[in-house]
Design a binder for this molecule. Sequence first.
Ligand SMILES: [Zn+2]
Ligand SMILES: [Zn+2]
Length: 350
Amino acid sequence: MVRMTVLASGSKGNSTIVSSATTRILVDAGLSCRELMKRMRAAGEQPEALDAILITHEHQDHVQGMAVTARKLGIPVYLTEPTHRAWVRWMTPQKRITYAEWLEQRRASVQRSAFSVQEKQGAGSREQGAEDGVRRSALGVQECDLASVRCSADVGAEPDPEEKAAAEEAITEAAKEPQRDPAALPAVEYFRAGSGFRIGDIAITPFTIPHDAADPVGFVFEADGVRIAIATDLGYMPSNVSVQLRGCDVLMLESNHDVDMLRDGPYPWSVKQRVMSRVGHLSNDAAAEFLARSYDGGAAYVVLAHLSENNNLPELARISAERALRDRMSLLANHLLLAEQDRPLEAIVL
Ligand SMILES: [Zn+2]
Ligand SMILES: [Zn+2]
């Protein structure tokens, strides 16, 4: 039996579990650890049973809870070496600042410390001092978390509660172990796009996707004769990706934005250009074009994913894909699902 549970999908966080009878893999960890745990339990998945975390690329909406989750569960993280390097750079920024910026940071830090002491009133004075010191060092984690690049689809959106929760979580974690390097992971395993590998009894083929990250990949998973493909965060559908998506039982495909909504929407032109570029995100039209022309029609489940909250509507994505699949879909044999940002999808079991 092979199972896929989409915990979240969208520009604010992506995470999916792919599991066989004996192996369970978390593909991306783009929500806070706390939220991931909550969603896993809600979806009937046991976090403690996870064997590994597998990462597509280093954008915040794919790695937000990666380190905390890996540490909490004591499981390895699989990613490419360039992706790992890019993530470590974000976690430990080496930024030169001007004296004026340094002064401003000091002032903000003192204000935050005062706030922190107020918050902790009633605790012993020695403890207060320690907490204060930890908070300040932990704030480095928060700042670098927030500075990380988000997926280009929703750049310019309001600061979101999920990020705040993750920053608070990073602070709590660092407060527990102040000496810990925020980029520390229990174990790191490198893979390379194009080279298959195994985790337990699941065979994995990573393939390169066109996207504005260090070394982004999609995945094909195979276990018990079932083939599952995940292809999101791609600016267009190149033939190398199209080939990988053949013969799949489950196809999770990006349907990020409606071109007109994006064009007429509130984003600055530079961001619009980036999303629409060949290293941005797949539009409803581009997904539909793939489904109509290059897709082999074999998947029992097509899951539309990574829908933009600002530049798409679930119904637009659905109608566009349904039109494209019109001649391929049999209502009994094929299912078209839409992955959601705010709640897990019911598990797909094959
Ligand atoms: Zn993304
Ligand atoms: Zn991305």
